[in-house]
Design a protein around this ligand. Structure first.
Ligand code: PMP
Length: 426
């Protein structure tokens, strides 16, 4: 028995399913989850000392690569001065200044501890600001696991077959309208019918929780337009895309700005940090300035802030993104060529340093129905083939992949060579 197998058996005795987040359990792809011991740059080392090239990056945060020495030093130095005060520190202002300078439309920002907290708070704020209850989301988009947002959700909720979870009161779910991603006509119709009741739209500006699905031309612009016409707020959920698609996120990339923006993942560089912020007049409704309540014992935690500050400083350097984006393109093109050579129906999507691949005969994947029609069985066999080759991909076909600054040309080439062997075995 491998060490991962025995650690998994032990974990299942005290942790539901042996994991603290469902997709980690490998239910979708089958087999035993890999337990990791350490990571450095582009590589993960598992409990059996096997090395993997990592395209999961803790689900997005590690754009600098794992255990970046400058980030580690910032964290260790800061920890020596105390782990938490539950009172203001100058570090919070420093990170807030960086975030407001980088993120379009960010006048004021509040830090929280996860992406879930950020989106949950953003929804409450939008409802409090507009005095309306209904919210609009898109099928296959995931915005964390708060009640209002666990309706037709993506990522693990989709993988586990519970996109609309038991335990969410029907009275609450009734206020969540779920539309089809990239369907501009459907969007306009719903706003024509009931726009005056809608508090907000929440959207992943590049969907990364139903694999990787970019917005079609005009989709984000249409969201902005129906919000402006109806008085609803646009929440750009940039938890995944923020500082990932570009240094100014998907908003900067596509030139469409939300009223509220939610952030997570890269903003903490592997420490638990989330944030929500946006237009001053909206953010002034948050306590203590306004009546919409939101709080957190560990929010703005100094060690987490120190990691975030160093992370954003490093990603802000000139020419940080272009080589990572180039490697992302090289990888997806190489995978495509390898699949084509093996005669396997396959297509890819990528935006910035995010990518996805699909086992499908479709030439382009633009919506949830197309994602759901992909060949999962083939994905699972590909997944285990790649795992065996020492390539760590997300253990479910509904997740985006991520490139980091630490991945080298040799890593990309090794990944493509591995894929050639695995495609040939499918
Ligand atoms: N929004 C998006 C777009 C996400 O991708 C995620 C997590 N994958 C979340 C929100 C929730 O973030 P967290 O897991 O940190 O709660």
């Amino acid at each position: 028995m491998s060490r991962s197998e025995s650690l998994f058996q032990q974990a299942q005795k005290v942790i539901p399913g042996g994991v603290n987040s469902p997709v980690r359990a490998f239910r979708a792809v089958g087999g035993t989850p890999i337990f990791f011991e350490s990571a450095k740059g582009a590589y993960l080392i598992d409990a059996d000392k096997k090395r993997y090239i990592d395209y999961v990056q803790s689900w997005g945060p590690m754009i600098l690569g794992h255990a970046h020495p400058e980030v580690l030093e910032a964290v260790i130095e800061r920890a020596k001065s105390g782990l938490s005060f539950g009172a203001p520190t100058a570090l919070e202002t420093e990170l807030a200044e960086q975030v407001c300078a980088l993120v379009p439309g960010m006048d004021l920002v509040r830090f929280v501890n996860s992406g879930t907290e950020a989106t949950m708070s953003a929804i409450r704020l939008a409802r409090g600001f507009t005095g309306r209850d209904k919210i609009v989301k898109f099928e296959g988009c995931y915005h964390g696991h708060s009640d209002s947002l666990l309706v037709k959700a993506g990522s693990g909720a989709l993988t586990m077959g519970v996109p609309s979870s038991p335990g969410v009161p029907a009275a609450l779910a009734d206020h969540t309208l779920t539309l089809t991603y990239n369907d501009i006509g459907g969007l306009k119709k719903v706003f024509a019918d009931m726009g005056s009741q809608i508090a907000c739209i929440i959207v992943e500006p590049v969907a990364g929780n139903m694999n990787c699905v970019p917005p079609v031309a005009g989709f984000l612009e249409s969201l902005r337009q129906v919000c402006d016409e109806s008085g609803a707020l646009l929440i750009m959920d940039e938890v995944m895309t923020g500082f990932r698609v570009s240094h100014t996120g998907a908003q900067g990339h596509y030139g469409v700005t939300g009223d509220i923006i939610t952030l997570g993942k890269v903003i903490g560089g592997g420490m638990p940090v989330g944030a929500f912020g946006g237009r001053r007049e909206v953010m002034e409704k948050i306590a203590p300035l306004g009546p919409v309540y939101q709080a957190g014992t560990l929010s703005g935690n100094p060690v987490a802030m120190a990691a975030g500050i160093k992370n954003l400083e490093l990603i802000s350097k000139a020419n940080f993104y272009p080589p990572i984006i180039e490697r992302t393109t090289t990888l997806v093109n190489g995978l495509q060529a390898a699949a084509d050579a093996a005669g396997i129906p396959f297509t890819t999507n990528h935006v910035g340093t995010m990518f996805g691949f699909f086992f499908t005969t479709e030439k382009k994947v633009e919506n949830f129905a197309q994602v759901m029609a992909c060949d999962n069985d083939r994905f699972n066999r590909f997944y285990h083939g790649m795992l065996n080759e020492g390539i760590y991909l997300a253990p479910a076909s509904y997740e985006a992949g991520f490139m980091s600054a630490a991945h080298t040309d040799a890593d990309i080439e090794a990944t493509i060579e591995a894929a050639k062997r695995v495609f040939a075995s499918l």
